[in-house]
Design a binder for this molecule. Structure first.
Ligand code: DI6
Ligand code: FE
Length: 416
């Protein structure tokens, strides 16, 4: 391709017309639907999104036109909470839970996260990338254009950095936006059993410093739970994140209520995640801080949890609600954001609109990316999912069916 062609390539204006758009534009009611809509893409970004009838003629005359033939278009899906980088699997623990052992019992007996640590640390960066790509490709095949990836199965300085490098490697290997979250405070390795504070001082904080220095960290996360870390211990990690200018998020109130959501809100967290045991104090703190509630029905379902997150209270307080797969080998070996939407509706009582918003706009908000993606609005990255459906409700209603027609990431169409 000569320089001129390359320049022409970059200046190419594309017009996607005759689509039914669920824009998720927060300024519009509901899903922000535009029935006979058009999207103009220039240099990978949306320069127009709205009624075809209001398109400037000058654009129509110079654009490369694609007829969507009346297909629905949503923002590209955002999976804002995953542990997709990991080695091995925990099918054997799944069998133990089928025989009556609880997730907590297995973790306290030295299984759980720690068993994934061995399998993860046995792999190189490239080995972790290769192990994770099939899971990532499954999510991309459903229209995901942005994914968050956590560390947390290294539990050593080298191991945590290796995971974050592998996460960045996924973003180089596939057309997808990857945001990383450092989760050194996920569990305490056996050599530090009973010595959480020493583990934080010796490993978690130095690994965070080095990862940040290497540009590997977009946010800092933690697991605030009886089998993991207290609010005081998470506070040490969040103080360092704050000192480094990094945003925070937190696994909170998943199995009990330690006040994790309130702690997260006190640090102005992007999100607090799981929240099955969230109380009114935590809801109020999250509402005041603008912290997003990320609900993870896959983990609720897989560990047979019975306590549901307080969706009515979150709604009443105006707390934004996102949903995500929590794809991880222990509590949520789930690689479908479409099924996550169905579970969020059926198990947690979210509406169709809340599910679709939760997997697009609110997922972007939970990653601090709402200015970049998550809605179909002029100025944002052209991240789209085009569907063979008759109504948006089909995205939530179906179980195990993928109606994606095409995925568009930064303006480039990627067919299934
Ligand atoms: N909560 C979870 O459900 C996952 N991590 C966390 O903090 C579980 C991760 C695992 O069991 O491997
Ligand atoms: Fe998680």
């Amino acid at each position: 391709m000569t320089g001129n062609n390359l320049f022409a390539q970059e200046q190419r204006t594309r017009l996607w017309r005759n689509g039914r758009m669920a824009t998720l534009d927060p300024a519009k009611p509901g899903l922000g639907i535009v029935e006979k809509g058009a999207i103009v893409i220039e240099n990978g970004r949306i320069s127009y999104a709205g009624p075809e009838s209001e398109l400037p003629v000058s654009i129509i005359e110079r654009a490369e036109i694609t007829d969507l033939e009346g297909r629905w278009v949503t923002p590209g899906l955002v999976d804002c909470h995953t542990h997709i980088v990991h080695g091995g699997n925990r099918a054997q623990e799944f069998e133990m839970r089928l025989e009556g052992a609880t997730y907590e019992e297995i973790a306290r007996a030295g299984g759980g996260i720690v068993s994934s640590v061995k399998a993860t640390n046995a792999l190189s960066v490239e080995g972790l990338v290769q192990a994770s790509l099939p899971r990532l490709d499954t999510l991309l095949s459903e229209g995901v254009t942005t994914i968050e990836v956590k560390s947390g199965y290294g539990l050593s300085i080298a191991g945590e950095l290796k995971m974050l490098e592998a996460a960045r490697g996924l973003g180089s290997a596939r057309p997808v936006r990857v945001r990383t979250s450092y989760l050194g405070a996920h569990a305490t390795p056996p050599e530090y059993k009973g010595r959480n504070t020493d583990y934080i001082t010796d490993i978690v904080l130095p690994a965070l410093d080095e990862a940040h220095e290497k540009g590997l960290v977009d946010a800092v996360d933690g697991f605030c739970e009886g089998i993991a870390f207290s609010t005081e211990e998470i506070g040490y990690v969040f103080d360092r994140a704050e000192a480094l200018g990094l945003p925070v998020k937190l696994h909170a109130e998943q199995l009990s209520n330690l006040g994790g959501a309130e702690l997260a809100a006190d640090y102005g967290a992007l999100s607090a995640d799981h929240l099955e045991y969230l109380d009114d104090t935590g809801v109020a703190a999250m509402a005041a801080a603008g912290t997003v509630a990320v609900l993870l029905p896959g983990a609720f379902y897989a560990i047979n949890e019975t306590q549901k997150p307080p969706v009515k209270a979150l709604r009443a307080a105006g707390v934004p609600i996102a949903i995500a797969t929590d794809c991880n080998p222990g509590t949520s070996p789930l690689t479908s954001l479409l099924l996550t939407m169905n579970m969020s509706a059926t198990l947690f009582g979210l509406t169709v609109e809340e599910c679709i918003a939760g997997a697009t706009r609110e997922g972007a908000r939970a990653l601090g990316l709402l200015d970049e993606t998550g809605t179909i609005e002029a100025g944002k990255s052209a991240d789209l999912a085009i569907w063979d459906i008759e109504s948006p409700a089909e995205l939530v209603y179906r179980i195990g069916f993928n109606p994606l027609f095409a995925r568009v990431f930064k303006g480039e169409r990627i067919d299934r």
